[in-house]
Design a protein around this ligand. Structure first.
Ligand SMILES: O=C(O)CCC(=O)C(=O)O
Ligand SMILES: [Fe+2]
Length: 644
């Protein structure tokens, strides 16, 4: 897939123009500042708020409609009085404009005036008084005012009706101020920021991502129905009515898909947009826009095809060349190799295995990621048949009466599920403690500092459990809400860590042994791109802080699902061929490092985008160096760790 950033002029609404550019400050995927969309937490609040706003507007309309009627009646009467020849609107430039100030002179009257006055005077007169109708001739407003009935009506309107109009305007003004105040108050009380175009961009990215990842049927999606791939079934009976996307929405989504480099999806959205224009009035401008984009997408798709073809040719050339070189080298070294072969047979085989293990094929990883997210089974049945589910007692003192229900989901690397590790109440408690601290997820940027993540679209919070920090809590800690270690929550977290220690037979309570709890909440479309949890991949140790070198890398990941997910949101391991579907209270445990502390590339994993609802998880990363008393290095440094 080729990433293409395209800016194309759009004739549509102003929010449309931000689609292809990556969102004003939202950025692609992650959003800048505190985006509304990365966590679904805000969405129900916004939905409630919108309901409240509409009800304020309804009240406003009810209160003001009859007042607008008074004004409307006044204007109509005035126009009627002028004999129905009053030209009231001018649609030139698409703008409606009342002409009460500048009615035009027409017919004989203007000719007579021409005889008497100069052209300039005439123009002046024309501006001041305008014209009326006299028989089949036009009268000036002045002339008309000399008519007794007309003058009576004029005075009636201005002496009586106008004061009504003025009062009405005053009432309207105060009602308008009132509704503005109420609306503002409702927004403030809701505690959320209103979304801005960059939020819309992030939401569109989510929709495009969902459609791409799960290969969702576009026509259904346009009608608010999510059909799952392959099986073509509804995701959920009860959530099939998400509302209708309009042609302009589909065009916007096409632009976003294009900006993400998903060209086939961009074409599909354009097709749907075009179909929609047939059923929507006033869609001529959008139709024109669609045509422009169709050309752009078409050209980009051709370019992409050409690049792919060239890359394929290059790969074939490269493969031939390496084969020739290898054959030549093999011939040269044949004799020497024969000599050494007996001696090193075992070692060579082992090294070869290691090499194969770390060979990375990004395209294949991605393909397997998509298939796993879509619920496909990638393990062979013989591999699956070797996985077991059992009751385990890793620490007999803890698990004698309550053994852990352990289900193996992969042997290479060793990944297990520990079912019912937390109760529903405990998961809710963790999520509730994290909620006020949630912040846009960050990751280490190219300049070393932490940046808002486009790799992970979620919100995260840290919960501290270790006692050492509790004693040393600083004012700054307290300001940041990190002082709960001494209270009930702190006790609960420490107990939880002890249970993790018992399950993993690792140290996890000291700050040097494990990180604080990281709680993450993913909203609709929220995901975490494929990554490994171990971080210290460079041999250049100076890249790491003293503390990082002291505690070592992340040996184990203990991930607890704090919620179920309405649709999507699996944790997938493309190289292991495993997908884990969140179950509230279940923990996933895997070993990121081998016995010697080297990262295991087969732990490469991702969080698939959430299709419906919210996903909550809680991570505990246990580090390597503190485990030296608990955890043997094994007989061979590349031994994999496989308990409980
Ligand atoms: O959310 C998930 O399923 C995976 C999260 C993850 O990989 C992480 O937090 O490092
Ligand atoms: Fe991870």
């Amino acid at each position: 897939m080729v990433m293409v950033m395209v800016m194309v002029e759009s004739g549509g609404a102003s929010w449309m123009n931000e689609a292809a550019g990556g969102g004003a400050d939202g950025g692609v995927g992650g959003g800048g500042g505190d985006t509304v969309f990365t966590s679904t937490n805000n969405l129900p609040i916004l939905a409630e708020l919108e309901g409240e706003l509409v009800s304020h507007l309804e009240d406003f309309l009810t209160n003001t409609q009859h007042r607008l009627d008074i004004i409307s009646r006044y204007v109509s009467e005035y126009k009627e009085e002028l004999g129905g020849r009053f030209q009231d609107t001018d649609t030139e430039n698409g703008k409606e404009k009342f002409e009460t100030n500048e009615p035009r002179l027409r017919g004989n009257f203007s000719e007579q005036q021409n005889i008497i006055n100069s052209k300039e005077d005439d123009d002046e007169e024309e501006k001041k008084f305008g014209a009326g109708v006299k028989g089949d001739k036009e009268w000036s407003v002045t002339e008309r005012s000399f008519h007794p009935v007309s003058s009576f009506l004029l005075l009636r309107r201005l002496a009586v009706d106008w004061s009504d109009v003025e009062k009405t305007l005053q009432v309207l003004l105060s009602s308008t101020r009132g509704v503005v105040r109420e609306v503002g108050g409702a927004i403030t009380r809701s505690g959320v920021k209103l979304p801005v175009p960059s939020d819309l961009h992030v939401s569109a990215l989510a929709l495009v991502r969902l459609q791409y990842t799960y290969d969702l049927d576009l026509t259904s999606l346009k009608n608010g129905t999510i059909l799952t791939p392959a099986r073509g079934q509804l995701l959920h009976e009860e959530i099939h009515d998400g509302g209708q996307l309009r042609c302009q929405d589909c065009l916007y989504l096409s632009k976003v898909a294009m900006s993400e480099g998903h060209l086939p999806q961009a074409s599909d959205w354009l097709r749907i947009a075009q179909e929609a224009t047939h059923h929507e009035p006033n869609s001529a401008a959008v139709r024109k826009d669609i045509l422009t984009y169709q050309n752009v997408v078409h050209k980009l798709r051709n370019t992409e095809e050409e690049l792919k073809r060239q890359a394929a040719e290059e790969t074939i050339r490269h493969t031939h060349q390496s084969q020739e070189n290898q054959e030549k080298e093999e011939n040269d070294n044949e004799n020497e190799e024969l000599k050494e072969s007996n001696q090193n047979a075992t070692l060579t085989q082992k090294d070869h295995e290691e090499e194969v293990e770390v060979e990375v094929n990004e395209a294949e990883d991605h393909e397997r990621y998509l298939r796993l997210c879509r619920g496909e089974q990638l393990m062979s049945s013989s591999e699956v048949s070797q996985l077991v589910c059992r009751l385990a007692r890793p620490s007999p003192s803890h698990h004698l009466l309550a053994p852990l229900l352990v289900e193996e989901v992969s042997h290479r690397p060793h990944i297990v599920l520990i079912h019912h590790f937390l109760t529903r109440n405990q998961t809710r408690r963790l999520a509730a403690a994290a909620t006020p601290k949630l912040e846009e997820s960050r990751h280490r940027g190219p300049e070393g500092g932490f940046v808002i993540s486009s790799v992970r679209t979620s919100k995260t919070a840290w919960l501290r459990d270790n006692t050492l920090e509790a004693e040393n809590n600083t004012d700054d800690d307290r300001d940041r809400g990190l002082n709960e270690t001494g209270d009930a929550m702190g006790r609960f977290l420490r107990q939880l860590t002890r249970r993790i220690e018992a399950a993993t037979r690792l140290h996890a309570l000291l700050p040097s042994a494990a990180e604080d709890y990281q709680v993450a909440s993913y909203g609709v479309g929220g995901m975490y791109k494929a990554h490994s949890d171990y971080l210290m991949t460079s041999t250049d140790q100076t890249l790491y802080t003293e503390w990082e070198r002291h505690i070592g890398d992340r040996l184990a990941t203990f991930l607890i699902y704090l919620s179920e997910v309405g649709g999507g949101g699996a944790t997938v391991f493309p190289r292991a061929g495993v997908g884990v579907w969140p179950q509230q209270g279940t923990a996933v445990l895997w070993w990121n490092l081998d016995a010697a502390g080297r990262g295991d590339p087969n732990t490469w994993h991702a969080a698939c985008p959430v299709i419906y609802g919210t996903k909550w998880i809680c991570n505990k990363w246990v580090h390597y160096n503190d485990q030296f008393l608990r955890h043997s290095c094994g007989l061979h440094p590349t031994d994999k760790i496989t308990f409980p």
